[in-house]
Design a binder for this molecule. Structure first.
Ligand SMILES: Nc1ncnc2c1ncn2[C@@H]1O[C@H](COP(=O)(O)OP(=O)(O)OP(=O)(O)O)[C@@H](O)[C@H]1O
Length: 235
């Protein structure tokens, strides 16, 4: 579903991502972990077409991000690390705006908005301007947007930050259900316990380079993911 081949991104004289290759299959929840400044956000933004990269190729469901950016964007939902959404809109206006962009028909959008707003308990807040939302409420809105157009691939940057325990639990359930139905998820996190419990596969990035990737068992063996991560960081 997502193939990254030899991705390199340079800022000035700094290689933020260095020759990174990854392959994520349909059905997989793939965790992306690394220290602050390791290159996770840069990689995710390259995949979703926000950042131009210097070398390499990225394919989403077989389509090249460089050659067919619109086709790729139709298949992707992206939740950035900071839910900077239009504060002057109400929640419902923003959801309809996103549904319009992705051409989600009226009945389908109504059904999905109702379902997920109820699940996250923000139905009564949808008439309020987003400026009045807490960080967690904005994050919930961004998550609902991601699930609105039935994407094939969901890219999330630190999706659990700002969510309360109940919302985190709901999101994990939604992620599993999405991938069990043939979707794929690639997300960054610093919460190693979440990655360990939730992910089918994981990739560890350090200084822009991929240092380990594979199934959870391949990466951590009998150790905890935290032990493996700290050991690799120290090397
Ligand atoms: N716009 C930019 N201009 C210059 N350097 C940048 C820019 N964005 C990121 N970098 C640098 O690229 C490197 C990778 O940053 P990136 O944001 O991808 O890391 P990250 O793994 O997402 O970190 P964090 O976990 O803190 O979010 C860092 O050294 C960062 O300082």
């Amino acid at each position: 579903m997502l193939r990254i081949e030899n991705l390199t991104k340079i800022y000035g004289d700094k290689k933020a991502v260095d020759d990174l290759s990854l392959h994520i299959n349909a059905g997989e929840i793939y965790g992306f972990i690394g220290h602050n400044g390791a290159g996770k956000t840069t990689t995710l933004k390259s995949v979703v077409g926000i950042l131009k990269f210097d070398e390499g190729k990225i394919f989403v469901d077989g389509e090249s991000v460089l050659k067919n950016p619109i086709e790729c964007k139709k298949k992707i939902a992206y939740i950035p690390d900071n839910p900077d959404i239009y504060e002057f809109m109400t929640g419902i206006k923003y959801l309809n705006f996103i549904a319009d962009i992705f051409k989600v028909d009226a009945d389908t959008r109504q059904e999905r908005i109702r379902k997920y707003a109820d699940i996250f308990e923000i139905t009564d807040d949808l008439g309020q301007p987003i400026a009045a939302y807490s960080h967690g409420m904005k994050q919930k809105l961004a998550i609902i947007c991601a699930w609105l157009h039935n994407p094939k691939l969901i890219i999330m940057d630190e999706p659990f930050v700002g969510l309360d325990p109940k919302a985190s639990h709901l999101l994990k359930e939604m992620m599993r259900e999405f991938c069990d139905n043939g979707g794929a998820i690639f997300f960054s996190t610093h919460v190693l316990e979440v990655a360990e419990k939730l992910c089918d596969k994981v990739a560890i990035i350090k200084g822009g380079r991929l240092i380990k990737s594979g199934t959870m068992e391949e990466v951590k063996g009998d150790d905890s993911l935290e032990d493996v991560f700290l050991e690799l960081e120290d090397e």
